[in-house]
Write a protein that binds this ligand. Structure first.
Ligand code: ZN
Length: 176
């Protein structure tokens, strides 16, 4: 296994629509998923999409955010994923991205979604989720369509360096 180099904003691979996986259970697919998992753990991310490691294919991996961090890390790979919003309800939440290091933005996403994808062997994975889990899935699927979260800011001003956001946005909101 190896830790892969993460593409940062400005790299054209992050703006490309990725191609579907047609063959499952292959060694090359297995290797991509192992390497992506190792990379995500090393960078302490909760989700990673293949184009972020210079692979323009429809593969995402994520940690289930509902599992406490102290537990063993569970990583779910999802191949050719799609999602449907279950209502028009949206909510705003702060997001970061390994391809936009050190920055955070307030992003508007669907609250509740159902998603569909396949595991390494082509078995169907279906789930209905909300909150952070729904947010991570939407963020990662966006990557497969060449979209970064900065295109979905709830407020154009709500974007900046983590430490400034923490001081001037998050603390301010908490004190209200
Ligand atoms: Zn991202």
């Amino acid at each position: 296994m190896s830790i892969l180099k993460v593409a940062k904003i400005g790299h054209p691979i992050l703006l490309k629509k990725c191609s579907e996986i047609k063959e499952f259970s292959t060694n090359s697919l297995k290797k991509i998923i192992y390497d992506m998992s190792e990379t995500m753990i090393d960078y302490k991310g909760i989700g990673l999409a293949a184009p972020q490691v210079h692979i323009s294919k429809r593969i995402i991996i994520f940690r289930n955010p509902d599992v406490p961090e102290s537990n063993k890390i569970q990583i779910t790979p999802l191949i050719n994923p799609t999602f449907e919003p279950l209502s028009d309800d949206k909510e705003d939440g702060w997001e970061g991205c390994l391809s936009i290091p050190g920055m955070q933005g307030l992003v508007r996403r669907y609250k509740k979604i159902s998603y569909l994808g396949f595991d390494l062997d082509g078995n169907k994975i279906e789930n209905t989720v909300d909150g952070l889990h729904a947010r991570v899935i939407q963020h990662e699927i966006d990557h497969l369509n060449g979209k970064l979260y900065i295109e979905r800011l709830a407020d154009k001003k709500a974007f900046g360096f983590e430490n400034e956001i923490l001081e001037f946005w998050k603390n301010e909101k908490q004190s209200k």
